[in-house]
Structure formats: C-alpha cells, structure tokens
Design a protein around this ligand. Structure first.
Ligand code: SF4
Length: 383
C-alpha cells in the first residue's frame, strides 16, 4: 500500500458573510446548493477512480467551508458515503467536519457521529456577544455553548473550537475571559488566530477608510503571550503557530498540510497537492458546477512542484510546527535549498532569537512563531 492520502471537501455556503471572511463562501441558496452537491459527488467518483489514487488509503477527510453543517445530516452523510464507495479508508481515519453554532442540534450531531464523522471543528470565535456582533457572526455565546454541549451529548470525543483575538478595541482581559470560558468547556483542541485584515472583506473596506484599527505590534505580542501562557498552563500543547491540543489530539489533517503529504481538494476553490503538482479548482460556484456537469475537472490553476520548490516549502511549512524541522532529513530528501546558505540564515536568526538551534533540529522561538510570515518570505529567496 502506498503513502497515505488526505481529502478536503469544500462546502461554499453560509447563512451570512462574516465581516472578516475571505474564504470562498456565499449566502446559502438551496437550488444551487443541491446542484453543487451533485457536482461534488461527481468529483469524488472521478477522483476515486484516478489510477494515481489506486492503492492509496485515505488517512484523513476534512469537510470545510463555508459551513458544511448548513446541510442536513442525510446530505452530508451521502457525500461521505460517496467517499467510502470510491476511496479506501484507513482503519483509524480522522474525519473532521466544520460546524457553526446555530446550524446543529443534538439529533443532527448524533446522526453525523453515527455516520462516521469523528472530529468536530466549531467556529466559536468569542464568548463575548458584542465581539460576535462586531465580527458579523450569526450566533451568540449561548448558542455556541449549547452547540458544544450538544456535540458532547451526541458522542463527539474530539472537538476543536476556533477563536479570534487581537480584535479592534479588545482588551487583554476580554480575550482572557473568552479563553477561560473555552478552557472550562474542555475541548480537546483549540485554534486561536489573531485577526488579520483581508482585501475584499467588510473589515478590509473599513480599514481602508480608517474605521478599523487593530492593536499595534507591542499589544499583539501581549495577546500572543497571553494565549500561549494560559493554554500551556491548562494542558494544551502548542503544536503549530495557531493550534493547541491535548496530548494525542493534534489535527492529523492539518499536520499533513505542514508535512508535505499529498492531499486532494474537491469543491469550488479547493486546493490540492498531489503527484508533484499543486492545483486549485474553479472558485466561482456556478462555473465550477457547470464545468463538472459537463465532464470537466474544474481545474483553475496548476503548477508543478519541482524538488527545489518542494525543499523550500518543506522548510517553510515545517517550521510552522513547534517540533520544527530536521535539517539532515531535509538535505537527504531535497537537493535545495543550499545547505550552507540555509545554515547561515538560521544562525543569524538564532542570534536574533527567532529560532532555537539544536542541530540538526531547528524550531521557531515564541518570537519566531509570531513572525513566521516574514521569515517565510526570506526563506523563499534562499537559492
Ligand atoms: S462562517 Fe466561516 S466561512 Fe462562513 S462567512 Fe463566516 S468565517 Fe466565512
């Protein structure tokens, strides 16, 4: 049996658009959503039959969006059954579904759990209602708490909660209060992202008009430190820049992304890294549906990943993991980046307290974890 494979399924509908959101999602439209589901299932059949997929087992499936949980349990499980029918599943497959509070109840969650979904990722974002309103979220904190409890009652034993911090006008104590409430609930996994302003979003327009001001760098650092300190003191390991888990509960699907494992992304705008290529599906939902319906593969962009680029990406994405990278292993697997230039870069970063060198292992310091984006830009230029 060849190396494991992951599958990402993109469900591009939400009840409304959050003010910060740049994901490929639109307001739910039932007639179109049914045609979308037919296209997605056709893609599953097509990909499951690809010769390059034969003999490979799916180790993880991630249903993301958008809001997959906007669909009924029957429709979601129908998609999952298609996956089961056309792909081999590993015995210990991790199957995650993203859910938004307000779109799930105990009965629906129990059906999804029985149908094989064994990890739930819930977009909570904050436990302060005024922050949820400011973010444009469609739920309040009570609805989020109820959804979490319903998931537990339904039998989910692996739950992630997503949060955002460093919001406009947010005080450190506000974020601390949300974190305390999250910790009290006791999820196995927590994702915590500092708010970033994306072009094309309502926040992006507000920012351009001077209506939105985020905390300055010094305050951002205090938010980051508070997050790390509180979560590590309560038994959550930071295993990636923005992800924390109880031992044994790191998200295997996302770890695959940062470890250069092959994955296929199906659905509008989904990305794949497979067979030495990176490619993405048509983003426009109607165009995606039409393309698949007429027998196409709905590919919008495709680029080969040569050994040089693969080596650079192994370093860049590998460093997102707090375990870091093994330079000897990178050198063994890839012809570039230039080992000496790379080492010189890391030695300088070590002096700047951005990385911790324990050669051949290199990992980011807390300061480096915060500045990963800027370091990635520098690394991509290493020949
Ligand atoms: S629920 Fe998620 S995908 Fe949907 S609009 Fe909000 S942030 Fe975007």
């Amino acid at each position: 049996m060849d190396a494991a494979l992951s599958l990402y399924l993109h469900f591009p509908y939400c009840w409304s658009k959050c003010h910060y959101c740049a994901f490929n999602s639109i307001r739910y439209d039932k007639p179109q959503s049914l045609r979308f589901l037919s296209a997605l299932k056709a893609e599953i059949v097509h990909c499951g039959r690809l010769p390059a997929v034969q003999g490979r087992r799916l180790s993880t499936i991630f249903m993301g969006g958008g809001t997959p949980s906007i669909f009924s349990a029957d429709r979601i499980l129908d998609v999952l059954d298609h996956c089961r029918g056309y792909f081999d599943f590993s015995d210990d497959i991790e199957i995650t579904m993203e859910a938004n509070p307000g779109t799930v109840d105990m009965k629906k969650l129990a059906a999804l759990r029985r149908g094989g979904i064994n990890r739930l990722s819930m977009g909570v974002q904050s436990f302060r209602d005024e922050e949820l309103v400011a973010l444009g979220r469609a739920h309040n904190s009570n609805v989020a708490r109820d959804a979490y409890r319903a998931a537990r009652e339904a039998g989910f034993e692996n739950i992630n909660l997503d949060f955002m911090y460093a919001l406009q006008d947010q005080r450190l104590e506000d974020w601390a209060a949300t974190l305390d409430k999250a910790i009290d609930l006791g999820p196995e996994h927590l994702s915590a992202y500092a708010l970033t302003i994306e072009a094309g979003t309502r926040f992006g327009a507000d920012h351009n008009n001077g209506l939105m001001v985020l905390p300055d760098e010094e305050r951002q650092i205090r938010f980051d430190e508070l997050t790390r300190t509180k979560l590590s003191a309560t038994g959550y390991d930071q295993y990636e820049v923005s992800n924390y888990a109880r031992p044994g509960y790191a998200c295997r699907h996302n770890l695959g992304y940062w470890s250069q494992n092959d994955y296929l992304g199906l659905g509008p705008g989904a990305h794949s890294y497979f067979g030495g290529r990176r490619f993405s599906k048509i983003e426009d939902i109607e165009a995606y549906i039409e393309n698949v319906a007429s027998g196409g593969e709905a590919i919008e962009e495709s680029e080969p990943i040569g050994p040089a680029l693969a080596g650079r990406e192994a370093v860049i994405f590998g460093l997102r993991k707090t375990a870091g990278i093994d330079l000897d292993e990178i050198r063994r697997r890839y012809p570039t980046p230039d080992p000496e230039r790379l080492q010189t870069t890391f030695e300088q970063w070590s002096r700047d307290e951005l990385v911790i060198l324990d050669l051949p292992r290199v990992r980011l310091s807390p300061k480096g974890l915060r500045l990963w984006d800027r370091m990635a830009e520098e690394l991509i230029a290493v020949p």
